[in-house]
Design a protein around this ligand. Structure first.
Ligand SMILES: *[C@@H]1O[C@H](CO)[C@@H](O)[C@H](O)[C@H]1NC(C)=O
Ligand SMILES: *[C@@H]1O[C@H](CO)[C@@H](O)[C@H](O)[C@H]1NC(C)=O
Ligand SMILES: *[C@@H]1O[C@H](CO)[C@@H](O)[C@H](O)[C@H]1NC(C)=O
Ligand SMILES: *[C@@H]1O[C@H](CO)[C@@H](O)[C@H](O)[C@H]1NC(C)=O
Ligand SMILES: *[C@@H]1O[C@H](CO)[C@@H](O)[C@H](O)[C@H]1NC(C)=O
Ligand SMILES: *[C@@H]1O[C@H](CO)[C@@H](O)[C@H](O)[C@H]1NC(C)=O
Length: 441
């Protein structure tokens, strides 16, 4: 009975943006929109032979002359590798046929890295990116959902951090993606989710992402770090995993996006607790590398204080990457005998994800900047498509990065998988309204 109630609950609370799925969508097609779809060429800097038009990357014709991408790969030292670019104004060709010995025109990089040309040369510790809180938890009518669109849509829309819980409901189970309890919301195996993400990385060779996992949250035991090896290998994502050069990294120590792209180690993988670098070197113990503001807050003020790891000295925090948890929750006790679960505060989503205003993401990021002298590296949100307009969270990130915001079509164009429309509404609103009233007393 109570389990049924949580399926009704969201109907009373969700704003329009949460009902994003259209009833008639294809499960297979990849949208033809790529993130920050500025003009770009089709070649990969790693000379993987692809004409990536299948992934929808717009192809620039060579006639645009100076706007050539140059990715200089050095076979002797990866450290000097860069996606380089000079502004067109430094080009000095004058069209004279006699200057055959003159220097070639300097190349200009028009290939965006994570959506922006400006990011290619930046260290990842100097970029703000939007993180989908509980990225896999997309199920209509389930109150334990945190997102409206599945992971391929998230990535196509500009999400670059994928955060979620991992659980092993019993010793013989493979690692699964469950919210609080596998009885409440079980989105399948970690391996299958990673395999999906891997297909996207294959098609988008200039994109760098982070995967941030929670280890058996809420359960008393931690999943051994070595158990994560099998799903990462079997999914095929293994080859993209970046291994850090040292047990902790301060802001200046992180690589640039172009370094990660050219070495094709485009996935940074973190685990909150229980990582073990000696045996699984690509699985970063998250809090050795970055800290977080209060997690799953129910406080609409979103203080930008350092919360995890606890008691970290201020000078250390100032020199590390950090994540702003900007998801507002309400607490509901749904399963008798279990801890209350935290659900997104649906009715406030548009305000919480807005560019400006009370309790908005935009305001929080500014407060973080004032407190720490720089914006958060990771901006974690529920239902990233909701906000003061659809996709306003990406404007907040663009402002933090001091880059122009392209008001691109957002979000979820060409639903990619798993989502199904729904038609029931009317009377269910009334029923679920009563249910919610009852649950909240
Ligand atoms: C925002 O998204 C919702 C849900 O997909 C849609 O109904 C609405 O038209 C969108 N609004 C704009 C301004 O695009
Ligand atoms: C891409 O190039 C085409 C043709 O040169 C141009 O019409 C279009 O505006 C360009 N798009 C962007 C985003 O620069
Ligand atoms: C850009 O590439 C085209 C085709 O490879 C070449 O003809 C042209 O000279 C290049 N332009 C510059 C500025 O390097
Ligand atoms: C990047 O570094 C500069 C210089 O320290 C700083 O002002 C800026 O806020 C940083 N931006 C991000 C997104 O970290
Ligand atoms: C262990 O968990 C898996 C996945 O939820 C389930 O299929 C299996 O039946 C469970 N086994 C036992 C012994 O409980
Ligand atoms: C902003 O929120 C605070 C605390 O939630 C409230 O006291 C204040 O009145 C709000 N201000 C506006 C302008 O809504």
């Amino acid at each position: 009975m109570i389990l049924i109630l949580i399926f009704l609950l969201p109907l009373a609370l969700l704003p329009q943006c949460v009902f994003a799925q259209s009833p008639s969508t294809s499960d297979t097609s990849i949208p033809s929109v790529s993130v920050g779809s500025v003009n770009s060429t089709s070649s990969s800097p790693l000379s993987t032979t692809s004409s990536e038009s299948a992934g929808g990357i717009p192809v620039e014709t060579p006639t645009s002359g100076r706007q050539n991408v140059t990715a200089t790969t050095s076979t002797t030292s990866l450290d000097v590798t860069a996606i380089v670019g000079l502004s067109p104004s430094t080009d000095t060709t004058d069209g004279s046929a006699s200057t055959t010995s003159a220097a070639h025109p300097r190349p200009t990089n028009t290939r965006p890295c994570n959506g922006y040309v400006e990011f290619c040369q930046r260290k990842i510790s100097n970029i703000s990116m939007v993180v989908a809180h509980n990225s896999p938890f997309v199920r209509l009518h389930n109150a334990a959902s945190n997102q409206a669109y599945p992971v391929l849509n998230q990535l196509n829309d500009g999400i670059r951090g994928l955060q979620f819980e991992t659980q092993k409901p019993n010793a013989s189970s493979s690692i699964r993606l469950c919210h609080t309890s596998c009885d409440l919301l079980d989105m399948g195996t970690l391996e299958s989710y990673l395999a999906t993400v891997k297909t996207w990385l294959d098609k988008n060779p200039y994109e760098v992402i982070a995967i941030m996992m929670g280890n058996n949250n809420g359960l008393s035991t931690r999943i051994p770090a070595t158990d994560y090896i099998a799903p990462f290998h079997a999914s095929g994502i293994q080859n993209y995993l970046w291994t850090p050069p040292s047990p902790t990294l301060n802001l200046p120590d992180w690589p640039t996006l172009s370094h990660l792209i050219l070495t094709n180690k485009r996935v940074i993988t973190m685990l909150d607790y229980g990582a073990h670098p000696p045996t699984v070197p690509w699985l970063l113990p998250e809090f050795n590398y970055q800290w977080q503001t209060p997690f799953s807050p129910t406080d609409p003020a979103f203080p930008c204080t350092q919360h995890r790891p606890p008691n970290q000295p201020d000078p250390v925090s100032r020199n590390r990457m950090y994540m702003l948890n900007h998801n507002l929750n309400i607490q509901l006790r749904i399963l008798p005998g279990q801890a209350p679960i935290l659900l997104p505060a649906y009715s406030l989503l548009d305000q919480v994800n807005a560019v400006a205003g009370n309790g908005s993401l935009g305001r929080s990021v500014k407060e973080c900047e004032a407190l720490w002298g720089r914006p958060p590296n990771w901006i974690l949100v529920d239902y990233y498509n909701c906000g003061s307009f659809n996709g306003s969270v990406f404007e907040v990130a663009a402002r933090a990065n001091r880059v122009p915001f392209w008001d691109r079509a957002c979000c979820g164009s060409g639903l990619v998988s798993g989502a199904r429309g729904w038609v029931l509404r009317g009377w269910l609103w009334a029923v679920s309204g009563m249910v919610v009233g009852w649950l909240l007393v």
